[in-house]
Design a protein around this ligand. Structure first.
Ligand code: NAD
Ligand code: TYD
Length: 352
């Protein structure tokens, strides 16, 4: 079958990537979706079982830092577009092992930019879409929001590596005319998120009656976005975003960590038929994350004004759906938390 276009999605076996791949494969049967993923600890093909047999879907195991491999991939498929999500994504891991973040997030992004630049002699109609984070903007006080004009001020190895890759993507636009577009999004939540991140880690611990490790005073603020709302924003920006532009994506849904954990405890207690308040007693304040950013909050008015995008799932519903999914998919949780996860957990939380 001749496809209308062939799109490379990198990191499609990860948390956000798997939701995006599912959306694109199902919504655009005339597109060929090629998912390139290294399958690190965070990538899991089980996340994509429902699309693996689709005629417009191809999975390739590969590493974005390998130059020859990526150039061959671009020659084999002649991509019309790239949506680049592959990354090392967890702040705590970036503190204990920054180098893998430099390699994948910075070097890997440049390898892909080069592969696109060399392949796309005529870049008309092509698109290189880089997925990034609001963490590049640094930390806010009690008030204010990140806009697309906020100066970059990354403070963790993770956010510094993403900031660096954002700058390189923009440099390829200005220097070589590569048709790029970028978005910077707030914290995502929902099914298939690896349980090193706050919400799935807490749900898993509540389920196992283990301590709930809240960093520092718990008064850190994040803006939470339902992952499928992020995927729909990416779809929109890929198709209608303007070349050279950046779009901030946020949930308009700010929570202090301790408030979010309280809310989650109450939902899970209800779902598990426990006494009200039972899980809150598991909350344990632990040593703070070094360089912990106090508050993130996104002004998403540009994407609303220009592309008509808004989040659709509110917190109460999203948290409940998330908790239900993890409690119904305990086998997935068991599998991804065995082996290497145990070692990570021991290192990160063991000495408390
Ligand atoms: P994730 O860690 O769940 O998934 C990352 C995926 O990339 C995994 O499937 C992994 O196997 C793959 N990968 C890692 N190194 C690779 C390499 N060298 N070559 C090929 N594949 C590789 O991450 P996520 O939460 O789904 O985030 C996806 C993207 O969105 C990242 O770029 C992240 O910076 C960005 N982002 C995430 C959030 C969030 O809240 N999770 C918010 C804003 C932006
Ligand atoms: P996380 O899910 O790691 O996302 P990010 O650091 O990218 O925002 O953490 C979200 C917030 O929750 C952050 O302020 C750190 C905090 N946190 C805890 O308090 N305890 C934990 O065990 C984890 C993983 C995070």
């Amino acid at each position: 079958m001749a496809f209308q276009q062939t799109i490379l999605i990198t990191g499609g076996a990860g948390f956000i990537g798997s939701h995006l791949v599912r959306l694109m494969v199902n919504q655009y049967p005339a597109y060929h979706i090629v998912n390139l993923d290294k399958l690190t600890y965070a990538g899991n093909l089980e996340n994509l079982k429902d699309v693996e047999g689709s005629p417009n879907y191809t999975f390739i195991k590969g590493d974005i830092t390998k130059e020859a491999q990526m150039q061959q991939l671009f020659a084999d498929y002649d991509f019309d577009g790239v949506i680049h999500l592959a990354a090392e994504s967890h702040v705590d891991r970036s503190i204990s092992n920054p180098m893998s973040f430099i390699e994948t997030n910075i070097v890997g992004t440049v390898v892909l930019l080069n592969a696109a630049r060399f392949r796309w002699k005529d870049a008309a109609g092509k698109r290189f879409y880089h997925i990034s984070t609001d963490e590049v903007y640094g930390s806010l006080g009690e008030t204010g929001y990140f806009t697309e004009e906020t100066p970059y001020d990354p403070r963790s190895p993770y956010s510094a590596s993403k900031a660096s890759s954002d700058h390189l993507v923009r440099a390829y636009y200005h220097t070589y005319g590569l048709p790029v577009v970028l978005s910077n999004c707030s914290n995502n939540y929902g099914p298939y998120q690896f349980p090193e991140k706050l919400l799935p880690l807490m749900i898993n611990n509540i389920r196992n009656n283990k301590p709930l490790p809240v960093y520092g005073d718990g008064q850190y603020t994040r803006d939470w976005l339902w992952v499928e709302d992020h995927a729909s924003a990416i779809d929109l920006i890929y198709h209608r975003g303007e070349v050279g532009e950046t779009y901030n994506i946020g949930g308009n849904n700010e929570w202090k960590n301790i408030g979010l954990v309280h809310q989650l405890c109450d939902i899970v207690d209800e779902l598990l038929g426990r006494q009200p308040g039972a899980s809150r007693s598991l909350i344990t304040f632990v040593k703070d994350r070094p360089g912990h950013d106090r508050r993130y909050a996104i002004d998403a008015s540009k994407i609303k004004r220009e592309l008509g995008w808004e989040p659709t799932i509110q917190a109460a519903e999203g948290l409940r759906r998330t908790a239900e999914w993890y409690l119904e998919n305990t086998e997935w949780l068991e599998r991804v938390t065995s082996g290497a996860y145990q070692q990570y957990y021991e290192l990160q939380y063991g000495e408390e």
